[in-house]
Design a protein around this ligand. Structure first.
Ligand SMILES: Cc1ncc(COP(=O)(O)O)c(C=O)c1O
Length: 443
């Protein structure tokens, strides 16, 4: 018992120091915002769908770095694969071929839809999207890239120029010219925006940061037809939607549509090693053959990362993680319908597919306030980056039925608390100095 008390005291001290140092040396405002959202925590133990704060509080993780831990946090098989790989590999030399790179590229060609075959490796999703845009411009020799309102493709140079939030772009202007945005799910607007200077149309099959807006199957098919008719390339950013998240290996499979270029990141790294990929058709190889060294990335497709990715893919396929994503997603849907009836004053609708879910609240303050309340009930969830009125739920795909039930209970209690605040029945949440009794998340 004494040992436990000493350990807990030590962890509290480590946490306090880490928070102080983070504030001092990384980003004080970010920490302040997290504090107000009830997430002034330091990640400790991580396992499956769960995460423990250093002080021992357990959370069901519905953030998972925006869908980066589909195989579960610290998946033991992925960790073992990385440990084994450390006996033989390091990052490798980007310019050289290697067995892990070749094996992973071959696997990606096998499992991605349509004629996608060739891979350029990267470290993260933004970089993969930058290369997708470079490839589209290089191949077509045209500058125009059309994206969608509220879209999110990352904070790197070209991806940043495309994203649909002024606050992210404005401080860094002038950005690359040639980008335009049209409303999401509006085929007519897209068709009207295409010109003879358009290289590519780029969308997320489900807008993640934009507030979990699902592209209809008709829209996806219509985009494919439009691109074919007008000689424009189609890019699907499956950085969040890929890897079984929506109930299929890739979200575009719901509509039976394949793009010319697909970008993948996040869960390809098994939550353990950063790696990303831009996959494209053989036709586009014409440009790459003429410019074999046009894009370099020292850490892109690191040998260790490729080994990890191959193991993560093996697990996703063997465990058919798309099935649990569908089943637990359906469970969420039933629960959300009940919550919508019960809390109609604040919950307008729910959207999503599989385990990529969004709850649309009536105003922007509800996102942060729900995040705060959920944290008090042992659930870690965040509102979407470009749409704070939407609470996003993206747990690991190994989440159990009991854990989903616990998340639904936490949502119910949190919405009630927010409504009580709105009606003046309770003081607005202010975390300063206040710790409510937290529930234990179910297993
Ligand atoms: C759809 C989408 N594309 C691209 C990115 C950028 O990925 P990264 O943060 O790895 O650069 C993200 C990140 O959340 C994303 O959600």
């Amino acid at each position: 018992m004494e040992d436990e008390a000493a350990l807990s005291e030590n962890n509290a001290a480590v946490k306090a120091q880490a928070l102080a140092d983070y504030s001092e040396y990384c980003n004080p405002m970010k920490l302040r915002t997290l504090k107000h959202a009830g997430l002034e925590i330091i990640e400790g133990r991580r396992e499956g769908a769960l995460m423990w704060d250093l002080e021992g509080q357990c959370y069901i993780d519905c953030i998972t770095a925006a869908g980066s831990m589909n195989v579960g946090r610290r998946n033991p098989e992925v960790i073992a694969a990385l440990k084994d790989a450390l006996d033989d590999y390091d990052i490798g030399v980007f310019l050289l071929g290697s067995k892990p790179k070749a094996d992973l590229a071959k696997k990606l060609a096998e499992i991605t839809p349509g004629g996608l075959k060739m891979t350029m490796f990267a470290v993260g999703g933004g970089e993969a999207n930058d290369y997708a845009i470079k490839l589209a411009r290089g191949y077509t020799r045209k500058p125009g890239i059309i994206t969608t309102t509220l879209c999110y493709h990352g904070h790197t140079g070209l991806a940043l120029a495309g994203i649909g939030r002024d606050a992210f772009r404005k401080p860094f202007e002038p950005l690359s010219p040639g980008f335009s945005r049209v409303p999401f799910n509006d085929l007519e607007a897209m068709a009207a925006a295409v010109t003879d200077q358009t290289a590519a149309i780029m969308i997320e099959p489900i807008q993640g940061e934009g507030g979990i807006h699902v592209a209809s199957d008709d829209y996806m098919r219509g985009l494919r037809e439009l691109c074919d008719e007008r000689g424009v390339l189609l890019i699907f950013d499956e950085v969040q939607t890929g890897w079984c998240r929506t109930g299929k290996m890739f979200a575009c499979e719901h509509a039976g549509v394949a793009p010319d270029i697909m970008t993948l990141a996040k869960s390809i790294g098994g939550g353990i090693y950063p790696i990303a990929a831009t996959i494209y058709t053989e036709e586009l190889n014409e440009f790459v053959i003429a410019h074999p060294f046009v894009h370099l990335s020292t850490f892109g497709g690191a040998d260790l990362g490729c080994v990890v990715a191959l193991k993560a893919i093996e697990i996703m396929e063997r465990e058919k993680l798309w099935e649990n994503a569908s089943a637990r997603g359906a469970q969420f849907e039933v629960g959300f319908n009940e919550l919508k009836e019960k809390h109609s004053e604040i919950l307008l609708e729910h959207r999503g597919r599989g385990l990529m879910r969004g709850l649309q609240f009536t105003n922007d303050s509800h996102g942060p306030r729900m995040t705060y309340q959920l944290a008090q009930h042992g659930v870690m969830a965040l509102y979407t980056g470009n749409e704070p009125s939407v609470m996003r739920l993206m747990p690991s795909l190994v989440i159990s039925e009991a854990q989903v039930a616990t998340v639904l209970e936490a949502l119910d209690a949190s919405m009630q608390a927010v409504k009580d605040q709105d009606s003046g029945a309770a003081a607005p949440s202010d975390d300063a100095g206040r710790k409510k009794k937290r529930r234990r998340p179910g297993r």
